[in-house]
Design a protein. Structure first.
Length: 220
């Protein structure tokens, strides 16, 4: 997979755009990092989000540290950090799960804040409460601008603790349909082989629309 070195990675008035190739690279790194993470004993259906996210972050870093890895000098997996939802917010009002720095975006924009944000949530095809939280505590944090206010693209990781990724996505869509948010429903994509991904688009009142990429990872 080729990383675009010359095409613009950021356009518009302070809005960070990610090229499709970069989106695919991030998702591919998630897939390979998860293959490492699921070998850990504390990654299981009973685990909380935080330990699974720590394992996923470590796995992604291991992937990028491999000798001669084509993306190892392009992406930096940052630690989970406190974040501010707007420049006027003096005290942090959120915490990003897995922030990512793209060296190409930095060189073009001199933007020091993360250029991609991965928010992680537990999911289950048979648990309507978790699917509702995935929307309200995951998707809506991007929609409100709490996360990724200056981003045109965001990422949601769903740890599917029971059932299949498709069942979980269908349950999320059932909730969105129930609350009359049909335009925001998840649509299946195939950006990365052997990774279950979906896409959704959301209008934001204080910024441009945001495109979310959903990677649903089977825990079992």
């Amino acid at each position: 997979m080729r990383i675009p070195y010359e095409q613009s990675s950021a356009v518009g008035a302070g809005i960070i755009e990610l090229a499709d190739d970069v989106v695919a690279v991030i998702l591919q790194t998630v897939r390979e990092g998860w293959q490492i993470a699921i070998s850990s004993e504390d990654v299981n259906g009973a685990a909380a989000e935080v330990p699974m996210t720590e394992r996923l972050r470590d796995g992604m870093r291991s992937v990028l540290r491999a000798p001669n890895h084509p993306w190892g000098k392009v992406l930096v997996i940052l630690p989970g950090t406190e974040s501010r939802s707007s420049p006027d917010t003096l005290l942090p009002d959120g915490r990003t799960d897995i922030p990512i720095l793209s060296l190409h975006v930095f060189l073009r924009t001199q933007e020091h804040d993360p250029h991609a944000i991965l928010e992680c949530k537990r999911l289950s095809g048979g648990n309507s409460h978790l699917c509702r939280e995935y929307v309200m505590e995951g998707m809506d944090r991007f929609c409100s601008g709490k996360y990724g206010r200056s981003h045109a693209v965001g990422f949601l990781i769903g740890y599917v603790i029971a059932g299949s990724p498709k069942e979980a996505a269908d349950r999320v869509n059932c909730y969105l349909q129930h609350v009359s948010r049909i335009a925001e429903m998840l649509v299946r994509t195939r950006l990365v082989p052997r990774l279950s991904t979906w896409r959704s688009v959301h209008v934001r009142s204080q910024s441009s629309p945001i495109e979310l990429h959903h990677a649903l990872l089977e825990v079992a």
